[in-house]
Design a protein around this ligand. Structure first.
Ligand code: THU
Length: 275
């Protein structure tokens, strides 16, 4: 397949996934896809938070899904559902072990021979039906998800699994970055992946910190889980003790909902304009 044809496939996939974006504040849905060396396509959508700085850009969401699926150093290209802006280019250039360059206004590709795009990744774990998945099974799945963590800064592996109302199980691991402000926690990685695949409502969240039997979600994850998974039960791994149950609204009472930000015209769209 020619580079132009490959770019077209990636662009079309990104545009198709953009409808799963969660952009109630900017009202500008965006999606990105990565092309893996084996042809697998990995999407990610923009997921906004009422606390704007906690929003997941589409590229970050796609990249962290790719890392969780074991593709961290096996990526060959990326495309967006809209033109690539300076901040996207900066992010792509900043990713460790990724060597891709501009190929079109909405795509960056590797200079090595490119694979033909193949299937879109299905990140769902082979678990279920839900009624057969015990709390312990969920915790074991979270421990497994933590194995994919990329943690050169902390050596602190975290794994999360989100079970959706559809009965799917989405894994997430923490993905670190030389710029700590761009590190994504395991919980938000899993939540972002579930959104990308069009499964917004969570039933259970399983969380493990492999190196800390007392681990709980950080403040940023509490905010995002309160917004995106308000009705979920949260199960935290306590290692040799039984898992501890909590809930997003219990962990962050009075969280910022940003209701006033949803009024038409209150927030102008900034996503499509270069800052
Ligand atoms: N981390 C998580 O993945 N989830 C949390 O709730 C706490 C923190 C990760 C982020 C970073 O990679 C490392 O743990 C240290 O903060």
């Amino acid at each position: 397949m020619s580079t132009a044809a490959i770019t077209e496939v990636l662009r079309e996939q990104a545009r198709a996934f953009a409808r799963h974006a969660y952009a109630p504040f900017s009202k500008t849905p965006v999606a990105a896809v990565f092309l893996c060396e084996d042809g697998t396509i990995i999407p990610g959508v923009r997921v906004e938070s009422a606390s704007f700085s906690l929003s997941l850009p589409a590229l970050l969401n796609a990249y962290t899904t790719a890392v969780s699926a074991g593709y961290r150093s096996k990526l060959a290209g990326a495309a967006l559902s809209r033109p690539i802006e300076d901040r996207d280019a900066h992010y792509l250039s900043s990713l460790p072990d990724l060597s891709i360059a501009p190929a079109a206004n909405d795509a960056w590709l590797s200079r090595s021979p490119l694979p033909d795009p193949a299937e879109v990744l299905d990140p769902r774990l082979p678990l279920g039906p839900s009624a057969d998945v015990s709390t312990n099974d969920g915790i074991l799945a979270a421990r497994d998800a933590a194995q994919a963590a990329y943690v050169p800064s902390s050596d602190f592996r975290v794994g999360a699994v989100i079970e959706t109302e559809n009965g799917s199980f989405f894994p997430g691991a923490n993905v670190e970055h030389p710029d700590w402000a761009r590190i994504l926690c395991a919980e938000r990685n899993a939540a972002g992946t579930a959104r990308t695949y069009g499964e917004p409502s969570a039933r259970r969240v399983f969380l493990t910190c492999l190196e800390d039997a007392g681990g709980t979600p950080c403040g940023a994850c509490r905010q995002v889980l309160a917004e995106l998974a308000p009705d979920a039960a949260l199960w935290m791994d306590r290692h040799s003790e039984p898992p501890e149950k909590s809930a997003p609204d219990e962990l962050l009472p009075g969280f910022f909902e940003g209701t006033q930000l949803l009024r038409d015209g209150v927030v102008s769209s900034t996503e499509e304009k270069p800052s």
